[in-house]
Design a protein around this ligand. Structure first.
Ligand code: FES
Length: 178
């Protein structure tokens, strides 16, 4: 079984999600979000989008555009932990590039980010590194989100410690850094 097959939640699960949100405001976004959340590797695989299109009659091209437009949709397998570094002007000025450099010590990360990718996942799928344009919390720059928790005024030492803790898969230690 490959990753895409493992990620696919199946027709009946998707049918259930579709019918739950049918006719409600923002149904396409919510449906896509829930399918992603239900998937093993937290991304929208082509099979899921294809099936969603066939059941809702929303063109696949439209579903794909939505998935690529919103940064909370993923088109690739995600890691168990996610580190999101803000690359907005305020965060850049306060050193977010250094934080990304610290994360780029993971094999393959530097190449992926330098190639213009906005997301990188380690081979063991433990950690995903992403960038965003702005968290809307510029006064707290540089800002980093780790597994959905926002960290402000992050230093190089802190991000290294966060990374080390995640690599040891020790999230509780990580939270104590705040
Ligand atoms: S620029 Fe980073 S939060 Fe706005």
């Amino acid at each position: 079984m490959n990753t895409h097959e493992e990620n696919y939640v199946g027709k009946s699960a998707i049918d259930e999600i579709i019918s739950k949100h049918k006719g409600k405001p923002g149904e396409l976004l919510t449906t896509m979000e829930e399918i992603q959340e239900a998937s093993e590797y937290k991304y929208l695989d082509m099979q899921s989008m294809d099936y969603l299109s066939s059941q809702t009659k929303v063109p696949l091209s439209q579903i794909y555009s939505v998935a690529t437009f919103y940064s909370f949709f993923n088109l690739k397998p995600q890691g168990k932990h996610t580190i999101i570094v803000c690359r907005g002007t305020a965060c850049h000025t306060k050193g977010s590039k250094v934080l990304l450099d610290d994360l780029s010590t993971m094999p393959g990360c530097k190449d992926a980010l330098e190639a213009g990718e906005t997301s990188f996942t380690t081979e063991d799928r433990l950690i995903t590194v992403k960038t965003v344009a702005c968290f809307g919390q510029c006064a707290l720059a540089p800002v980093v989100a780790v597994d959905g928790v926002i960290y402000s005024n992050v230093t190089s030492e802190q991000i290294k410690k966060i990374l080390q803790n995640l690599q040891e898969d020790n999230k509780d230690e990580n939270i104590r850094l705040c």
